[in-house]
Ligand binder design. Structure first.
Ligand SMILES: *[C@@H]1O[C@H](CO)[C@@H](O)[C@H](O)[C@H]1NC(C)=O
Ligand SMILES: *[C@@H]1O[C@H](CO)[C@@H](O)[C@H](O)[C@H]1NC(C)=O
Ligand SMILES: *[C@@H]1O[C@H](CO)[C@@H](O)[C@H](O)[C@H]1NC(C)=O
Ligand SMILES: *[C@@H]1O[C@H](CO)[C@@H](O)[C@H](O)[C@H]1NC(C)=O
Ligand SMILES: *[C@@H]1O[C@H](CO)[C@@H](O)[C@H](O)[C@H]1NC(C)=O
Ligand SMILES: *[C@@H]1O[C@H](CO)[C@@H](O)[C@H](O)[C@H]1NC(C)=O
Ligand SMILES: *[C@@H]1O[C@H](CO)[C@@H](O)[C@H](O)[C@H]1NC(C)=O
Ligand SMILES: *[C@@H]1O[C@H](CO)[C@@H](O)[C@H](O)[C@H]1NC(C)=O
Ligand SMILES: *[C@@H]1O[C@H](CO)[C@@H](O)[C@H](O)[C@H]1NC(C)=O
Ligand SMILES: *[C@@H]1O[C@H](CO)[C@@H](O)[C@H](O)[C@H]1NC(C)=O
Ligand SMILES: *[C@@H]1O[C@H](CO)[C@@H](O)[C@H](O)[C@H]1NC(C)=O
Ligand SMILES: *[C@@H]1O[C@H](CO)[C@@H](O)[C@H](O)[C@H]1NC(C)=O
Length: 738
């Protein structure tokens, strides 16, 4: 290095300079600037309201608003674009904030009071959120005040210039002397101009998560919600708005994602003038949050991303923002151990010695982490099936006479094949749940979510503990602390297998989620070396809220590798592949009865940060067993690029017979291309597989053709893969820059 600053110091300075200019204010005009995005709004001098000016590609000036004919019923605030619409005062559209005051009226009149621009980003009390250093992110906090009802709203906008992302949230403070009730609190709200847009969301159900659904944003409301108490399989708290011509690689895309695990609502409301109001936040059906005098409500955070490079660009902004500035566990950027889960092999029917035997069989395959699934606990109500035991987190003495400690030591005593490491041990838990058939429920029937005398409806024979109650939070904390302190447990699969039905009040859902965050914040802080994996009957809580605490989540209970392509590529719209847990399971598949080769099953699962197996090794066929060593070697080779590389969807399973996806290493020298053929075809031939993101001038060798081509050739001409005439074929093609 020559005299002066090193490369990293220079980069930091450049980042700082960028950060300092990322937010400016001029006579009430606010400009948030990212590398390829601008977000502009201003204070309307007449009303004190905040008006939306622009959210999209770079724009350095404030231009006059659209001319709208004034007259008839629609006038005043209905005809402008607003940042924080409240109720009353002529706006006929849906509000972002809806407060019921002590006298029953619901009008608000928030007006600009002051603002503060700061480097970095303050954390949100009790809530998951993006974070960053001064050089990574800049924040402006705008204080609005309603002096009729003495309520303060502090709107927070944080811009991450490298990711074309704005994170928004707000705090509401009751300065008055009466309680108020928050009926509706949307974390993100802005009015886009009259644009022709389509909404893409991720819709699904159990074992069928994350299907892309696209529809036109029509006049009226286009939206969806979860009322399940959790983010849910049915709709994910994410959507994109795109122009009709946007593709994976070109065109404008706006992505919106709520950093939250509870019920939510998402809406795009198009009004007569064509403006589109974008709203994302808590579900109003689960709001009615009471705010006492002097108290403050903090909304969850919503992240908005703009891309001029299609949906792929939008997804990579989310992925890299989340890997670098949301998911905080040390494992986020580390390769993950290859695991084997006991469920498919043994179900509930096991004891210490059969588990140690299974662990030995796993170790002989090269497995690094053995996960003991459901069935290990319960004394008076032994967990031998799903009718009893949840809540009684004491090892079942019939299965573990000496508790977990000696058993885990036996598992740890195995040395991983071809390695000097010991086999790690992981445990399944479902700490938020209880079976009525349990000691816990008999002692504390009042600890479950319920509504007065109404029936406590069961799902999977279980009820949900009321995590809003401090004593229940303490119970869960002390239980998990006790288990983790009792043995050398290096991984926890935290499951959650039903939605929320009856609650004491609509506001309990948010209080529950705050309780959950308090618990897992404590646990991940106390046990930073434990690898936590979220699971909710598959992808029922695959959301950015839990991703803040837990680096990975089980993507779906559907392990059919063909269906999984839809689920995993759908999930990747908002969430990084490095955060997905994906396993090879036995054939024929338990849900779909499909028989897909182990190579294809492994290729699909290798595209995720956490790769593993969910089968009984002793039941592998000779053909499958023979394939295992090369699968293990490949999984180890590909994991670093999945964890730290950039992800490109090349072709979607619901649009072509030849879906494909690609990772590029963070030094851009290596690419791994996963390609699939769903069905054998006589005609037509597979289209050329065109790659993305490579340096057009550089030359890359590829492992299929055993030759080098330029990046431009890969992008434009593409490569033709030698597919066999057979169903469910797959290939992993490596490219190395020369
Ligand atoms: C502020 O924005 C308005 C448009 O909303 C524009 O007319 C005005 O010139 C801007 N003022 C400054 C100082 O940028
Ligand atoms: C504050 O409220 C008073 C009436 O109580 C009103 O006259 C005044 O204009 C309000 N100020 C703002 C900024 O809305
Ligand atoms: C409202 O209360 C907050 C918190 O105590 C205080 O900072 C703010 O100045 C108050 N606003 C008004 C207008 O009294
Ligand atoms: C454990 O389970 C295996 C397989 O079911 C059985 O053969 C063995 O006797 C059991 N051991 C004990 C101690 O119960
Ligand atoms: C569940 O397990 C318990 C305890 O082993 C047993 O008594 C009960 O009969 C089982 N129930 C079902 C439905 O299998
Ligand atoms: C660990 O395994 C070895 C055999 O690999 C055995 O000799 C030894 O007794 C085991 N140690 C414990 C503590 O189980
Ligand atoms: C309690 O367990 C028994 C035995 O498995 C089962 O038949 C019953 O349905 C369970 N009760 C509830 C409420 O799940
Ligand atoms: C975690 O919770 C336990 C039990 O309430 C408490 O003793 C401990 O201080 C908490 N630790 C952290 C890091 O919050
Ligand atoms: C799955 O297909 C393979 C290859 O055709 C065959 O060898 C195997 O027996 C099949 N397995 C099952 C369980 O049908
Ligand atoms: C373990 O090492 C042996 C000898 O190098 C090799 O043949 C085998 O494929 C390796 N197994 C795995 C799972 O890596
Ligand atoms: C790039 O990836 C390698 C592993 O492939 C990792 O060691 C390194 O930390 C990564 N660098 C960044 C900046 O993420
Ligand atoms: C790849 O090409 C090189 C150079 O032409 C040749 O030496 C080598 O044998 C080829 N490898 C395979 C597996 O075809």
């Amino acid at each position: 290095m020559k005299a002066g600053l090193g490369v990293s110091a220079l980069a930091a300075l450049a980042g700082l300079a960028l950060g300092q200019n990322a937010i400016t204010e001029n006579s009430g005009n606010f400009t948030l600037t990212a590398d390829g995005m601008s977000y502009l709004f201003h204070v309307d001098q007449a009303s004190g309201d905040l008006f939306s000016d622009h959210f999209g590609g770079p724009s350095t000036d404030f231009t006059p608003p659209a001319q709208i004919y004034q007259g008839g019923w629609s006038d005043g605030l209905t005809n402008v674009r607003r940042e924080f619409p409240d109720v009353g005062r002529s706006d006929f559209r849906l509000p972002a904030i809806h407060i019921q005051h002590a006298d029953g009226n619901t009008v608000s009149a928030f007006a600009y009071q002051s603002h503060e621009i700061l480097q970095g980003k303050p954390s949100l009390p009790g809530l998951p959120a993006t974070y960053g250093e001064d050089a990574d992110v800049s924040t402006v906090q705008v204080t609005l005040y309603d002096n009729y009802s003495d309520v303060t709203a502090v709107l927070s906008y944080s811009v991450f210039p490298k990711y074309n992302a704005v994170a928004r949230s707000f705090q509401l403070h009751n300065n008055g002397s009466d309680e108020i009730v928050i009926e509706r609190a949307y974390s993100f709200s802005a009015d886009l101009p009259n644009l022709d847009l389509e909404m893409i969301e991720l819709q699904g159900d159990w074992a069928a998560e994350m299907n892309r659904v696209k529809r036109k944003v029509q006049y009226g409301e286009t939206g969806f919600r979860s009322t399940e108490g959790y983010s849910s399989h049915i709709h994910n708290p994410f959507f994109a708005l795109v122009s009709p011509t946007t593709t994976e690689t070109t065109g404008e895309a706006w992505g919106f994602n709520l950093v939250y695990t509870g019920s939510f609502a998402a809406t795009a409301e198009r009004f007569s003038h064509g403006f589109i109001r974008v709203l994302l936040g808590l579900n109003p059906l689960h709001s009615s949050l009471h705010l006492a005098p002097g108290d403050t409500f903090t909304s969850p955070e919503a992240v908005a991303v703009y891309s001029s490079e299609g949906l792929g660009g939008m997804s990579r902004s989310f992925h890299n923002l989340y890997k670098n500035h949301l998911s905080r566990g040390v494992q986020t950027k580390q390769t993950r151990p290859i695991l084997l889960n006991s469920w498919e092999g043994l179900g509930f029917d096991y004891n210490e010695s059969s588990l140690v035997t299974l662990a030995g069989e796993a170790e002989a395959l090269g497995i690094e982490l053995f996960v003991n699934d459901d069935g290990w606990f319960g004394t008076e109500y032994p967990r031998d099936n799903d009718t009893m035991g949840l809540g009684d987190w004491t090892p079942n003495p019939a299965k573990f006479p000496d508790g977990l400690g000696p058993y885990v030591n036996d598992v740890n005593n195995y040395t991983v094949l071809n390695s000097t490491s010991k086999l790690q041990f992981g445990l399944w838990m479902e700490p938020e749940m209880v079976n009525p058939n349990s000691t816990l429920y008999h002692e504390h029937p009042d600890w479950v979510l319920h509504s007065g005398q109404h029936v406590r409806t069961l799902t999977r024979n279980q009820l949900v503990l009321n995590l809003a109650l401090p004593e229940v939070q303490e119970f869960v904390l002390s239980t998990v602390h006790r288990i983790l302190d009792s043995a050398n447990i290096q991984y926890i699969k935290w499951d959650n297998n039903r939605g929320i039905h009856e609650m004491p009040s609509p506001a309990t859902d948010h209080a529950y989620i705050l309780g959950l965050y308090r618990i897992i914040d404590n646990l991940t802080t106390t046990y930073p070396d434990v690898l936590w994996e979220g699971c909710a009957s598959g992808g029922g809580r695959f959301d950015a809220g839990l991703l803040h605490y837990w680096p990975q989540s089980w993507a779906s209970d559907d392990t059919d590798a063909s269906n999984r392509l839809t689920i995993q590529l759908g999930t990747s719209l908002a969430y990084p592949p490095s955060a997905m847990g994906c396993h090879v399971s036995a054939v024929p598949n338990g849900i779909t009865n499909r028989n897909i080769s182990i190579t294809y099953r492994a290729h699909v699962a290798e595209m995720c940060g956490s790769f593993g197996f969910e089968l009984n090794p002793s039941e592998l066929s000779a053909e499958e067993s023979a394939a295992i060593p090369s699968i293990m070697a490949e999984a180890h080779k590909v994991n670093p690029i999945v964890i730290t590389g950039d992800f490109y969807r090349l072709a979607l399973p619901d649009e072509t017979n030849w879906p494909a996806a690609q990772f590029i290493s963070n030094d851009t020298n290596t690419a791994a291309v996963f390609a699939f053929q769903q069905k054998a075809t006589v005609k037509p031939a597979a289209p050329p597989l065109r790659l993305q993101g490579l340096d057009p001038q550089a030359r890359y060798w590829n492992s299929v053709d055993n030759v080098t081509y330029s990046g431009a050739t890969y992008a434009n001409a593409g490569i033709n893969l030698p597919w066999a005439t057979a169903d469910y074929q797959s290939m992993l093609v490596w490219l190395y820059k020369q």
